[in-house]
Design a protein around this ligand. Structure first.
Ligand SMILES: Nc1nc2c(ncn2[C@@H]2O[C@H](COP(=O)(O)OP(=O)(O)OP(=O)(O)O)[C@@H](O)[C@H]2O)c(=O)[nH]1
Ligand SMILES: [Mg+2]
Length: 314
């Protein structure tokens, strides 16, 4: 699962990415380059299971973050204002600036509004182009997928009402639209990047429930060793890194859940979409397991912890 950072220029995307990646950023290097990092999803359940089974290996669920290089916009094509990589990811993390740092007074609500419109416009152009092509193909006597056309038309109506496609989950998740990489169909996590001395969230409207971070502080924390970091966090009155919150929010926004396999060799968290049946979960472990699926023997994590052992639960 891959999430891409996006949002207005200078909002702190690369600073946040550096914090996530635990990487140093120097003033002149690394800001214009794309970056990718794969991170474990923090989950105390995995840690507890690991303490119970003492496996040789413990594996957390993983999530990938991408900081695309700023887009090289072509004036004749408005869809090139946003990096092309956004289309290929499973979800978006929109970062908006809520600090000054010489960039001017923050206008987080207005910036968020403008960026939302940019995403909408991008999708509207994509569906209009697709519809035009379908009309042309029909004129040339070629067969057009009527269901796909109906879906694209339905998408156009929503976008023209200035609403993101995710308001219609059936449409947003439809396999026939997946190939278009429609941006407003993707789950979106809103991140407000606050000034170092400001822990409060600005008002971004009724629908927004942003994750507030202070990317500059997080980037500094990421450079420290464990002990120093704990001290620094205590000084700041922080109990948890904002990044852990962000990673958890990402996982939830993608509609994913973890299931666990346990044993002497490995305790491992696997990722499956919420609501998936057991055979699909088996397929995440190995496609053969799904093909030859007979039954799953499942116990609840809470029961196992309460009873203390597999035998006791049984
Ligand atoms: N004070 C303060 N400055 C920050 C913070 N985050 C980023 N900055 C500064 O804001 C400027 C822009 O940060 P970047 O991380 O490069 O922003 P960006 O969104 O990646 O920018 P583009 O990729 O050019 O769109 C840099 O000078 C950062 O040092 C923050 O939380 N607090
Ligand atoms: Mg950047």
């Amino acid at each position: 699962m891959k999430l891409a950072l996006c949002g207005p220029a200078g909002a702190g995307k690369t600073t946040l990415f550096a914090a996530l990646a635990g990487r140093k950023l120097t003033a002149d290097k690394g800001r214009d380059q794309a970056g990718t990092v794969i991170l474990p999803v923090p989950d105390q359940r995995v840690d507890k299971l690991s303490a119970m089974f003492h496996p040789k290996k413990t594996t957390h669920a993983q999530i990938t973050y991408l900081d695309p290089a700023p887009a090289q916009a072509k004036p004749e094509d408005p869809t090139t204002k946003l990096p092309a990589e956004l289309r290929q990811c499973d979800g978006l993390i929109e970062v908006v600036r809520n600090f000054d740092a010489g960039l001017g007074a923050p206008r987080a609500a207005a910036d968020h509004q403008a960026f939302s419109e940019e995403l909408l416009l991008n999708d509207l152009i994509t569906v209009e182009r697709r519809l035009e092509r379908m009309v042309q193909e029909r004129q040339r006597g070629r067969k057009v997928d009527a269901e796909e056309q109906a879906l694209v038309e339905r998408a156009k109506v929503i976008l023209e009402e200035n609403r993101p496609l995710r308001v219609d989950p059936e449409l947003a998740g439809h396999p026939k639209l997946r190939g278009f990489g429609l941006l407003t169909a993707k789950p979106l996590i809103l991140v407000v990047n606050n000034a170092e001395d400001d822990p409060d969230a600005p008002d971004l409207g009724p629908e927004a429930s942003p994750v507030v971070v202070r990317a500059a502080i997080e980037a500094e924390l990421a450079e420290l060793g464990d002990e120093e970091r704990a001290e620094f966090m205590a000084d700041l009155g922080l109990t948890e890194s904002a990044l852990d919150r962000l990673i958890r929010a990402s996982y939830a926004a993608l509609g994913l859940l973890s299931f666990f396999t346990v044993g002497e060799d490995e305790v491992r968290a696997w990722t499956v979409r919420r609501g998936a049946p057991a055979d699909e979960a088996a397929g995440v472990i190995h496609s053969d397991l799904q093909r030859g699926f007979i039954r799953a023997e499942v116990m609840r994590y809470d029961d196992l912890i309460a009873q203390g052992s597999e035998a006791a639960v049984k």
